[in-house]
Design a protein around this ligand. Structure first.
Ligand code: SF4
Ligand code: SF4
Length: 56
């Protein structure tokens, strides 16, 4: 199960820095996770100030 970033994202970028496999990038309205590369470690959820990354 990959993580996804919900609409609460404020595009702060903290999750991208925290991801060990570098699979988070800035999208149009929010940051997005490449589900094919996500290893579901949860680091993005821990780093996010608004709890936007959630398990799919
Ligand atoms: Fe990256 Fe881990 Fe978040 Fe997946 S769960 S996007 S691997 S930090
Ligand atoms: Fe969005 Fe949270 Fe990532 Fe910041 S840490 S870019 S608010 S998902």
């Amino acid at each position: 199960m990959a993580y996804i970033i919900n609409d609460d994202c404020i595009s702060c970028g903290a999750c991208a820095s925290a991801c060990p496999v570098g699979c988070i990038s800035e999208g149009d309205a929010k940051y997005v996770i490449n589900a094919d590369e996500c290893v579901s470690c949860g680091s993005c959820a821990d780093a996010c100030p608004v709890g936007a990354p959630v398990e799919e």
